[in-house]
Ligand binder design. Structure first.
Ligand SMILES: Nc1ncnc2c1ncn2[C@@H]1O[C@H](COP(=O)(O)OP(=O)(O)OP(=O)(O)O)[C@@H](O)[C@H]1O
Ligand SMILES: [Mg+2]
Length: 293
């Protein structure tokens, strides 16, 4: 298996909309990353603070809040390439290969100067299994040991993303230099998200500023991804309505209202047991119910 890296498509300033608290944390983290080589390598500060060179960042928070997007944007901001890895990329049917795949991924990131991004990192980095009874458990433990070794040797940037903050094994927790929390957007952030998604090419059938405020109010509790899903639902409605009435299409408040109502219903239909936090899989199920990807 090979691990291709690619040139990031996003920048933080242009593409990512965050609450002030998250934006500030991310900004501080970026400043450290930008000056890290000068301080630790050129000025040799690493001789007295070897752990300060730490480059492992953890993005955590509910699904659809921009963690994956921000990871790519951080790479874009720093002029580095991007190498995202999910469980699917790392898993292998053949025993022993997962650990090897991890080594290869680090190798690719080193060669191409890429930010390594581990999605669903809590699954990968959860507590190590102590009672090894099966080949599979063995495999998982071997993979985690390899990952720890590679993290020690790697002098690039690694970002973990997870829906949970505390699922990591302590060995991994101690390697994380920054924890950055992503939350569902507040009113101002929701309004900016709607604004970003209502691109100029879309013909509007109502006052733009009023539409944005209306949608931001109605979408309380939605993530950025939920808002994108609403737009994906609303736009075909616009075209269908125009076709039926034999008129020029224009996005109306009613199309957005319907989309928001449909998504709210789908989210509620996905049974979330009390006390359980919403996870990535719940969101995926809701989207499948709606037929949007
Ligand atoms: N903060 C945000 N700023 C701009 N767009 C966002 C933001 N959050 C979500 N989106 C939109 O939703 C899409 C999905 O977000 P993303 O994949 O980054 O979420 P995530 O936090 O990684 O979710 P998960 O926990 O399910 O992996 C983005 O590609 C973007 O279109
Ligand atoms: Mg993600």
């Amino acid at each position: 298996m090979s691990f291709p890296t690619y040139s990031p498509r996003y920048k933080l300033g242009n593409d990512v909309i965050l609450s002030e608290a998250t934006a500030l944390q991310l900004k501080e983290c970026l400043a450290k990353l930008r000056f890290r080589r000068t301080i630790y390598v050129d000025w040799n500060f690493a001789s007295v603070d070897p752990m300060g060179l730490c480059t492992v960042i953890n993005f955590y928070g509910p699904p659809g809040t921009g963690k994956t997007l921000s990871a790519e944007a951080v790479a874009g901001e720093l002029g580095l390439r991007f190498l995202p890895l999910g469980i699917a990329e790392l898993e292998s049917k053949f025993l022993g290969d997962t650990a090897k795949n991890i080594q290869k991924a680090f190798e690719s990131a080193r060669e191409d100067l890429a930010v390594l991004f581990f999605d669903e990192a809590d699954t990968l980095l959860g507590k190590r299994l102590s009672s090894v009874t099966q080949g599979v458990d063995n495999e998982v433990n071997a993979m985690r040991s390899t990952l720890l070794i590679e993290l020690e040797r790697f002098d690039g940037i690694v970002i973990f993303a997870s829906n949970f903050e505390r699922n990591y094994d302590t060995a991994f927790r101690s390697r994380i230099g920054y924890h950055i929390r992503f939350d569902n957007p507040d009113f101002a952030a929701r309004r900016r998200l709607w604004d970003r998604l209502m691109v100029d090419g879309i013909p509007l059938g109502a006052d733009r500023a009023q539409l944005l405020t209306h949608c931001a109010e109605l979408s309380e509790g939605f993530s950025g991804r939920d808002i994108r899903t609403c737009m994906r639902l609303a736009l075909p409605k616009t075209l269908l309505a125009a076709e039926a009435a034999d008129e020029a299409p224009a996005l109306q408040r009613v199309h957005l209202d319907e989309a928001i109502a449909e998504l709210t219903r789908a989210i509620n239909e996905v049974a979330v047991a009390p006390g359980n936090s919403k996870t990535h899989n719940d969101t995926m199920t809701a989207r499948r119910l709606l037929g949007v990807n």
